[in-house]
Ligand binder design. Structure first.
Ligand SMILES: Cc1cc2nc3c(=O)[nH]c(=O)nc-3n(C[C@H](O)[C@H](O)[C@H](O)COP(=O)(O)OP(=O)(O)OC[C@H]3O[C@@H](n4cnc5c(N)ncnc54)[C@H](O)[C@@H]3O)c2cc1C
Length: 621
C-alpha cells in the first residue's frame, strides 16, 4: 500500500534515535546529490588566477568553445607537453541535471543553454511557444554534448563518401572511420584503442514497449540490427550511449576534464569571446577579445593557431562579428570587411514531426508520488532505476520510406512517459517547447494511458537555411532562417513516414497494446478529413521541431567551390592561422545524429594541426 508521503502529520514524536537515523538519511541524500557532480569532474577554472593579473599568459593554441569539438581538440593538442593550450568557454560547469540521463530533457530554456528562436515560418513549428522553432545549444563545459541525448551513432558511409565526392579529399568513409574508432572506448572491450569517448548500453526501463516497437517493425519487414557503427545499415537498434554508471560522459568530461591536470592546458570558464582580431593584412588572427564573468574585458594573443569550436551557430556569428562573412551583409551591419566568404549559408538541420501514441489506455499502471521518490532515492543511493537511462530514447530506427536504397531517408527516436508521470510529461513537452494550448490536451492522455512520443526525423533533408547577424552587438542572437520543408521532397518524405507509422498501428504488436494516435484539436487542420494528406501536412506545420543537429554554416569545400568557407584541412580561406573545428564545417548534415561526427572531425583536425606544425610528438592511440 502506498505511504501517505506528503500529507502525514506526526501524532507521536521520536524520542531520539529515530530522529538521528532520519537526519543521517537526509544528510546522506544531500551528500549523494552533490556527489553527482563534484569539482574533480570538471577542469579547474583559470579565471581566478587570471583576474588578479594584468596580462594573460602566451599560448600556442587558443580554442574557442569547450563543446564536443573544442573539448576533443584541446585534449589532443595538449598531449604534446611543449604546446600551451588555452580554452575559452562561455558557460560554466554543467548542472546536475546534465549528469542524470533520465532528466536530461529538463536542461532546455535555462541559463545553461543558448536559447535560440528561429525566424517565423509559414511551414513549421506553429504548435510551439511563440510559433517559433526553439533551438537550444549547450552553454557549459561540454557544450551541446552536455545537454544532448547521449546517443552515439556515426551515420551512413554514403554521407561521408558524398563529402569526399564534393572534393573534400580525405573525408570519405574509409578515411574518417579510423578517427571514429580512435575516439571511442567501448566498455568491456580492452582490445579496442583507448579513446576518450566511453560507450555503454543504456539500461532498458521499458522492455514491454521496446518489445512492441521491435515486434511491430519486424512485422513490417524492418530488421533488428546489432549496431549501426559499420556505417551501412537500415533497421532498428538500441544505440550505445556516451554514458557510464548512470551518468553522462560528454567530451567535456571524458576529454577535457580528464586532460585538465596537464600543466600546459588551461580553461577559462564564463569567458565569452566577442571578437577575433586580425592583423592589417587579414591573413592572421593576432588576438582574441573576451569578457570574463560578464564584467572584465580581456584579450589573449594567439601563438600558433586559433581553433574556433563555438558550434554551428556561434562560430559563424563570431566570424561575422570579426569581419568574415558575406560582404553585403557585413556592410549593412557596418562591420569592416576582412574576408568576403559565404559564412552562415548552408544551415542544415534534421527537421522532425512529433507524434504521440496512447498505449494501454485504462489498464496501464498509474505511477504514484512514491514511485517518483523511489526512483530519486535509487538513483542517489544505488545509482540504479529509471533515472539512469532515458527510457526508450536509445531505441532508434533508420528506414528508407521509398524502399529503393539501403540509404535511410528517415530516422526514428522514441520517448516514453508512463501513465501518471505528470512531471516527466511536463519536462518532455517543455523541452520540445510545445505551447500551453497543446500541452493541456496531451496532459489529458497521460491520466489514462502511457504515452509513446515518436520523433519522425528527416535524416537527409533537402532544404537548408541560413544565419545572419541581427546587429553588430555580440549579445544579440543571430537571425536563424531554417527553411524547413521549402523543398517539397522533404514534406513528401515526412508524409510517407506518417503512413509508415499508421501501418505500425495496425500490426499485432501495436494492437496488443491498444496503440492509438493522440490527435489534439487543431482548428486549422480539423477542416481537413482526419488523417488525409492535407490533414497531415497541416499537422506537420504545427508539430514540427528541430532534432538539434544544426550544422554546415562554415562549409568545408575545395577552393574551386564558391561556397567554400574552410578548406579540407579546416583552415579558414585566406587566413593562415585559423581553423574552424566543429559541426559548422559539415558540407551536409550526415543522415544521423551529429555528436559522433563532430568528435571525429575534431580528432581529424588534431592530426592536421600536428602535421602542419611538423609536430615530432607521437601520441599513442
Ligand atoms: C538537446 C540536444 C540533443 C542532442 N542529442 C544528440 C544525441 O543524442 N546524439 C548526437 O549524436 N547528437 C546530439 N545532439 C547534437 C550534438 O550534441 C551536437 O551536434 C554537437 O554537440 C555539436 O558540437 P560542437 O562542438 O559543434 O558545438 P557545441 O558542443 O555546441 O560546443 C560549442 C561550445 O562553444 C561555446 N561557445 C559558443 N560561443 C562562444 C563564445 N562566443 N565564447 C566562448 N564560448 C562559446 C558554447 O558555450 C559551447 O560550449 C544534440 C544536441 C542538442 C542541443
Amino acid at each position: 500500500m502506498p505511504l501517505p508521503l506528503l500529507e502525514a502529520q506526526c501524532a507521536a514524536q521520536s524520542i531520539g534515535p529515530f530522529n538521528t537515523m532520519v537526519s543521517a538519511l537526509i544528510q546522506a541524500l544531500l551528500a549523494a546529490q552533490c556527489a553527482i557532480s563534484t569539482p574533480e569532474l570538471w577542469p579547474p577554472d583559470y579565471a581566478n588566477a587570471l583576474l588578479g593579473r594584468t596580462e594573460p599568459d602566451e599560448y600556442d593554441f587558443v580554442v574557442v568553445g569547450a563543446g564536443s569539438a573544442g573539448s576533443v581538440i584541446a585534449s589532443r593538442l595538449s598531449e604534446n607537453p611543449a604546446w600551451k593550450v588555452l580554452v575559452l568557454e562561455a558557460g560554466g560547469d554543467p548542472p546536475q541535471e546534465s549528469e542524470v540521463p533520465g532528466i536530461y530533457f529538463s536542461l532546455k530554456r535555462t541559463n545553461t543553454t543558448w536559447n535560440y528562436l528561429t525566424e517565423y515560418s509559414d511551414k513549421a513549428c506553429w504548435g510551439l511557444v511563440d510559433q517559433r522553432c526553439y533551438w537550444p545549444r549547450g552553454k557549459m563545459i561540454g557544450g551541446s554534448g552536455g545537454v544532448n541525448g547521449m546517443l552515439y551513432v556515426r551515420g551512413h558511409r554514403g554521407d561521408y563518401d558524398s563529402w569526399a565526392q564534393a572534393g573534400n579529399v580525405g573525408w570519405g568513409w574509409n578515411d574518417v572511420l579510423p578517427y571514429f574508432e580512435r575516439s571511442v572506448h567501448p566498455v568491456g572491450n580492452n582490445t579496442h584503442p583507448r579513446g576518450y569517448v566511453t560507450l555503454n548500453a543504456f539500461p532498458v526501463n521499458d522492455p514491454d514497449i521496446e518489445q512492441m516497437i521491435y515486434a511491430g517493425t519486424a512485422e513490417l519487414g524492418i530488421p533488428r540490427v546489432h549496431l549501426f557503427t559499420d556505417g551501412s545499415e537500415t533497421g532498428y537498434s538500441n544505440l550505445p550511449g556516451t554514458i557510464m554508471n548512470g551518468r553522462r560522459m560528454s567530451p567535456g568530461k571524458g576529454h577535457l576534464a580528464s586532460a585538465a591536470k596537464r600543466p600546459n592546458l588551461q580553461v577559462i570558464k564564463n569567458a565569452h569571446v566577442t571578437k577575433l582580431n586580425f592583423d592589417k593584412s587579414g591573413r592572421n588572427v593576432r588576438s582574441v577579445s573576451f569578457t570574463v564573468r560578464n564584467e572584465r574585458k580581456m584579450r589573449v594573443n594567439v601563438g600558433k593557431e586559433l581553433v574556433l569550436s563555438a558550434g554551428a551557430i556561434e562560430s559563424p556569428k563570431l566570424l561575422m562579428l570579426s569581419g568574415v562573412g558575406p560582404a553585403a551583409h557585413l556592410k549593412t551591419m557596418q562591420i569592416p570587411l576582412v574576408h568576403d566568404l559565404p559564412i552562415g549559408d548552408n544551415l542544415y538541420d534534421h527537421a522532425q514531426v512529433v507524434t504521440f501514441l496512447k498505449l494501454n489506455e485504462g489498464v496501464a499502471y498509474k505511477l504514484t508520488p512514491q514511485d517518483s521518490f523511489d526512483s530519486t532515492f535509487n538513483y542517489l543511493i544505488h545509482r540504479s532505476g529509471p533515472l539512469t537511462s532515458h527510457g526508450a530514447g536509445s531505441l532508434t530506427g533508420f528506414i528508407n520510406t521509398l524502399k529503393n536504397s539501403p540509404y535511410p531517408d528517415v530516422e526514428f527516436h522514441h520517448f516514453i512517459v508512463r501513465r501518471g508521470d505528470f512531471a516527466g510529461l511536463e519536462i518532455f513537452l517543455h523541452g520540445l517547447s510545445i505551447n500551453e494550448y497543446f500541452k493541456a490536451q496531451i496532459r489529458i492522455a497521460i491520466e489514462v494511458s502511457d504515452i509513446l512520443g515518436m520523433f519522425n526525423i528527416l535524416s537527409t533533408p533537402k532544404s537548408s537555411g541560413n544565419l545572419r547577424l541581427r546587429s553588430a552587438d555580440y549579445k544579440d542572437s543571430p537571425l536563424l532562417t531554417h527553411n524547413y520543408f521549402n523543398n517539397a521532397e522533404d514534406m513528401a518524405t515526412l508524409l510517407r513516414t506518417i503512413r509508415f507509422q499508421e501501418q505500425l498501428l495496425k500490426t499485432a504488436a501495436y494492437r496488443a497494446m491498444n496503440a492509438s494516435l493522440v490527435l489534439p484539436t487543431i482548428d486549422e487542420c480539423d477542416t481537413f478529413e482526419l488523417q488525409s494528406d492535407g490533414y497531415w501536412r497541416c499537422y506537420i506545420k504545427y508539430f514540427s521541431a528541430t532534432t538539434y543537429h544544426q550544422s554546415g554554416t562554415v562549409k568545408m569545400a575545395p577552393a574551386t567551390d564558391d561556397t567554400s568557407c574552410v578548406d579540407p584541412r579546416l583552415s579558414l580561406r585566406g587566413v593562415n592561422n585559423l581553423r574552424v573545428v566543429d559541426a559548422s564545417i559539415m558540407p551536409k548534415v550526415p543522415s544521423a545524429n551529429t555528436n559522433a561526427a563532430t568528435i571525429m572531425i575534431a580528432e581529424k583536425a588534431a592530426d592536421f594541426i600536428r602535421q602542419d606544425w611538423r609536430d615530432a610528438w607521437q601520441p599513442v592511440y
